[in-house]
Write a protein that binds this ligand. Structure first.
Ligand code: NIG
Ligand code: FE
Length: 404
């Protein structure tokens, strides 16, 4: 099956296939071919270039992309898409002025979702999550990560990860599963005892059933310490699970350094950054993932991504889609927030949401840029003249069709 796009106003993010991660200066440019064609053959990008070089072929499908852009689909590398119901009542508390921490201290927050999750059937969780991902795809998401972390019991965590495993089979886009048993300490339990359960009971089961690609810890004051994190990551390493961690959301408390020491694929959140945190990431392989939807929703600082780029740190963007701190899965809006609130240029933000985001799920060898041989996971936009109009028309949906 061959599909030929013709007259593409801008073919965006054209890179050599070996370019898999961008940092520093490299993030400042976004290579484009104007008035381009692109040929998909059996789901693979076979050929592309200026219209003048279009091959004489008779494809199965022709798409006239005049006045529209074609770009790599977004990768949403940090989500909590499997959750029971919403936490709308907390939204009201937030409007009345309570902080995320205050809501959690009153028994709301993650523990509230955990209570409900353990009363919700696996099929119902699956059905809700499936509908959410289909909606995400309408907004241009072409790959995503989903975390556990609302089970907080052996059975609950396994249930969540089984849902993710079923989603992997049902969806036409790649899904990566992250085990986040260490999301909060269950009510009435000592932290040390829960960490022991994670290490001795959850991790072996997760590994035995091949339920996770990565491991995560919410390393934060009031949640899990750098020492807890190290214990969990040591155990996870024995099962070959690489870390992607929640760090520096509310405080900078040494978690980031622990993450780097354990070779984390990414560190996510990073709203609170001290000079030593920039130094720990500068020039390294760990990807800094900002979650601007969370900053927007909670009214907390935005991760200083501009400064990170200046420090030669590879930056990615994700939604953090979850019922408590970031109930939006609109990656287009994340790109806009990164530009408007964190002062990234559209080039930097789109690089962060495509190639670097794919790298944050180890998918940048197969998607995230326009290159021959890569999987054709692409966004065809509605009428737009320039990629900079994606963040400019903030909170709208630029996607006319997602090709996966
Ligand atoms: O990334 N910070 C920890 N976890 C989520 C929030 C989860 C929730 O509130 O349900 C986050 O912000
Ligand atoms: Fe999160």
């Amino acid at each position: 099956m061959q599909t030929l796009f013709e007259n593409i106003a801008q073919l965006v993010q054209v890179r050599p296939v070996e370019t898999k991660l961008l940092r520093g200066e490299q993030m400042n440019s976004l290579p484009v071919i104007e008035n381009a064609f692109l040929l998909i053959d059996d789901g693979i990008i076979r050929d592309f270039g200026p219209m003048g070089e279009k091959p004489a072929i008779r494809p199965d499908r022709r798409i006239d992309a005049s006045g529209r852009l074609l770009l790599p689909a977004w990768t949403d590398s940090h989500t909590h898409t499997v959750f029971p119901g919403s936490r709308y009542t907390e939204f009201m508390d937030k409007i009345r002025g309570l902080s995320y921490e205050e809501i959690a201290a009153r028994g709301g927050g993650i523990l509230q979702s955990a209570k409900r999750l353990n009363q919700t059937s696996e099929d119902e969780l699956l059905e809700d999550a499936l509908a959410r991902v289909h909606e995400m795809m309408r907004y241009g998401t072409g790959a995503l990560e989903i975390k556990s972390g609302y089970g907080l019991s052996v059975e609950g965590e396994l249930k969540m990860l089984r849902v993710v495993k079923r989603l992997k089979k049902l969806l036409p886009i790649p899904v990566k599963a992250t085990f986040l048993g260490a999301h909060a300490v269950p009510q009435g339990m000592q932290r040390e005892d829960y960490v022991r359960i994670i290490v001795d009971e959850m991790l072996p089961e997760v590994a035995r059933h091949h339920l996770a690609d990565y491991v995560d810890v919410f390393c934060e004051k009031g949640y899990f310490t750098p020492d807890d994190t190290a214990r969990i990551l040591d155990a996870a390493a024995r099962f070959g699970l690489r870390p992607k961690l929640h760090v520096n959301q509310f405080t900078s408390c040494g978690c980031l350094q622990t993450a780097v020491r354990y070779g984390a694929l990414s560190v996510d959140h990073l709203e609170e950054m001290r000079p030593e945190d920039f130094a720990a990431l500068s020039g390294g392989q760990t990807i800094a993932t900002a979650l601007p939807g969370c900053s927007f929703f909670l009214g907390i600082p935005y991760a200083p991504v501009k400064k990170m780029i200046e420090h030669n740190i590879p930056v990615a963007l994700a939604t953090d889609f979850n019922p408590g701190s970031a109930p939006s899965f609109n990656m287009n809006f994340m790109v806009a927030l990164a530009c408007i609130k964190a002062r990234l240029t559209p080039e930097q933000a789109i690089n962060a949401a495509t190639l670097n985001a794919a790298a944050a799920l180890e998918l940048s060898g197969e998607m995230g840029s326009i290159a021959r041989g890569k999987k054709a996971r692409l966004i065809l936009t509605r009428p737009l003249n320039h990629y900079g109009e994606i963040p400019y028309y903030f909170a709208t949906n630029p996607v006319e069709e997602l090709f996966v």
